[in-house]
Design a protein around this ligand. Structure first.
Ligand SMILES: [Zn+2]
Ligand SMILES: [Zn+2]
Length: 126
């Protein structure tokens, strides 16, 4: 199952402020990383969603939810549904639509994330 293709460009300051208010880690948030793709399975209805926090604040994380016209931030608890083989749990928010995160895979996004991770490791070495 592929993820939704909606992407939102978030205002950097808004993101920082919302993360701060939610008690989330703002380190690692850079003006270059305000491009946030929807993490829900393709074909869903309702708001798009991307986890912008890292869940520092406990059993919830900050998400941005958006439609064509508006976006909003909300602290939401995890879904945590286990995969059928019990090796993974869903990292989307509780009450999300369609497939759980472990069933939604985008080969291209995985590739880009791997590349970004490699980049970070490179920078750490310098
Ligand atoms: Zn979406
Ligand atoms: Zn789920």
């Amino acid at each position: 199952m592929l993820p939704c293709t909606s992407v939102i460009e978030l205002p950097y300051l808004d993101m920082l402020i919302e993360l701060f208010i939610a008690g989330e880690d703002t380190e690692g948030v850079s003006p270059d990383h305000t491009y946030t793709p929807c993490e829900i399975e393709d074909g869903h209805i309702g708001e798009h969603a991307n986890q912008v926090g890292n869940g520092e604040s406990g059993r919830a994380s900050l998400w941005v939810l958006w439609t064509e016209a508006v976006f909003r931030f909300e602290l939401l608890p995890w879904c945590e549904a286990p995969s059928p083989d019990r090796t993974d749990v869903c990292v989307l928010y509780a009450g999300h639509r369609l497939g759980h995160s472990w069933a939604v895979r985008d080969p291209l996004r995985d590739l880009l994330e791997d590349a970004a991770r490699d980049d970070m490791t490179e920078q750490d070495r310098e």
